[in-house]
Design a protein. Sequence first.
Length: 163
Amino acid sequence: MMSREWLLLTEMEKNTIASFHNDFPVKVGALAKAFGIVVKSSTLAAGISGEIKKDERSGYVIRVNRHDVKARQRFTLAHEIAHFLLHKDSIGDGIVDDILYRSSLSDTMEAQANRLAADILMPMPYVNKKMAELSQYREEERIEKVASLLEVSITALKYRLGK
Ligand SMILES: [Zn+2]
């Protein structure tokens, strides 16, 4: 079950993302590269998780705050890739996302980027398969284990599961 944002992508974009869904955790840095995006691990201002800008020399550049925990950096990168795919025309001088993924874009656009980021990092067929395989564990533990396999936060996975 993919988001409605997924349906807005071109076949090529969908195929590119799907080609990264054979191996987990999703190699989100390599995915950005596959879209021609340069990714930099940077020291960003406190309270800023990431940004995407168009650079005259390098094309699109995503910077992820290297001081955030790894799972968060991965979500930020997927979120910025989602802006690239969905909101290219609105990037302008750049989109800067704070820790709550708020930027100069509308809340609707931010929610779209979050949903597509979830599709990128936590494809439901994999989540459902792993949750089923771990059925001997209590739900809390299952969620912890699957979040760890996907290198996402427990909060992100719970949200994905509608909890
Ligand atoms: Zn954003």
